[in-house]
Design a protein. Structure first.
Length: 218
């Protein structure tokens, strides 16, 4: 497998130039004008950037109904990438690039939200008070110090960690196809991007189609 390398943002890719690797430079959080023209020409894209950049490209695949026709590789430019941690991508950029270009495609859960966005790495609520459910089970009733939601490699779709009380309180972990919360207005964070307005209800849920991601062990 080869594919087009799409480097997001103003910084140069975290690996040296390679003669036979084509690189297209696009802005951070690339949108319709940057990604849609590529979808009819390429069946595999390698995204070099942040988790938010990968989410932006994934959203275009969803909007254009190309989840089954285009696969993605990922070379994270951030050391704290939740995508790299969840899916065990190599930490070294050159190894990550080699895997993204030549590795095997593996379907993974694609998480959506009820505002029209997607989640590929980690969703976060900070201090929050409300009632939350994982599928039909109550995950929270009252205050929480934090809530984290990630794709689940081996379960129904989502892994949800709810931390209550003090710093020494261990989080509770649940697995479900959907997470929903009604709360005092707050701003969720998806893949490092803060939602532009406060919300009093929010849902993350597994999409009916998976994302075709090249992944492997570091």
């Amino acid at each position: 497998m080869r594919g087009l390398v799409v480097a997001c943002g103003d910084e140069p890719p975290p690996f040296p130039a390679i003669d036979d690797v084509e690189i297209l430079h696009v802005p951070s959080l690339p949108g319709k004008a940057d990604i849609d023209p590529l979808l009819g020409e390429h069946e595999h894209l390698v995204i070099v950037g942040t988790d938010a950049d990968l989410a932006a490209v994934t959203l275009r695949l969803l909007r254009k109904d190309r989840l089954t026709g285009v696969s993605l590789g990922f070379v994270p430019t951030s050391k704290d990438s939740a995508v790299a941690a969840v899916w065990q991508l190599p930490p070294d950029p050159l190894r990550a690039l080699a895997l993204a270009l030549r590795g095997d495609v593996d379907p993974i859960p694609l998480i959506r939200d009820d505002s029209g966005g997607v989640l590929v790495g980690r969703g976060v609520f900070g201090m929050v008070r409300g009632v939350a459910y994982c599928d039909e089970a109550v995950a929270l009733r009252g205050p929480a110090r934090s809530i984290e939601v990630e794709p689940d490699p081996g379960g129904p779709g989502l892994m949800v960690r709810v931390t209550k009380g003090t710093l020494f309180k261990r989080p509770s972990t649940s697995y479900s196809r959907a997470f929903q919360i009604g709360c005092i207005p707050t701003r969720p964070i998806s893949d490092g991007v803060v939602f532009p307005r406060a919300v009093s209800k929010w849902t993350w849920y597994r999409h009916t189609e998976d994302l075709r991601l090249v992944r492997g062990l570091a």
